[in-house]
Design a protein around this ligand. Sequence first.
Ligand code: ATP
Length: 238
Amino acid sequence: MLEVTSVSAGYGALTVLNDISLKVGDGEAVALVGANGAGKTTLVRTICGLLRARSGRIVKNGTDVTSTPPHDLSQHGLAVVLENRRLFGELSVRENLVLAETVGRKVRRGNMRFAWDEVTALFPVVKERLDSPVELLSGGQQQMVAIARALLLQPDLLIMDEPSTGLAPKVVKDILLVIKALRERGMGLLLIEQNVGIAAEITDRAYVMAVGSIVHEVGPGEWQSFLKDERLIRAYLG
Ligand code: ATP
């Protein structure tokens, strides 16, 4: 369970997040949607310790992780795929993955949730390119490496910031299939997504953000009525 309670954060004099509270239960898939500049990425950066929360608490499985640096989050079962992926471009795909696998082994101490072979089998394209430098891969392939790397950290909750942005429709489809397979295995998901159609396809419910606040919640079973509500869509998603 991830619990974000009354979190505020920003950059210098600018306050971007105002009193944000949300929860993602074990094995639950929750979306965070909102227009450009709503503060979604700022919230992800705050949850994963790249930005300091000015107030509020972030708790994972009962442990306060509010001030936990990004490299320690895997100890709490959290892995994040950021929008810019943050891979080591000059290193090979294998080297990028081995680094994560080494950390994941320490986290799970032999009781691995995702074995190397399973993870690479999820992404046949990645498996074919294990010895290529990451920087030579296409954007879609790099996204797959980023997801594979996150899985090797052995998380029970994956946070993904706009995994479909800028990718070809075929690649998006492949990535969505992988996310659905992970869901079937009980993986928790916090999906940051501008495309509400995609969010509705793979999550149970959603928080809608506008100007740094949660302004609406889409409950379980409410996705279809939300998508048909032109007034809400126009007001919050532009
Ligand atoms: P997008 O979908 O475009 O990524 P978003 O909902 O993720 O939008 P953020 O990127 O979190 O929104 O941006 C929220 C606000 O914070 C915007 O007004 C943006 O200009 C501002 N902002 C983001 N990053 C910084 C930064 N490094 N320094 C100062 N302001 C920033």
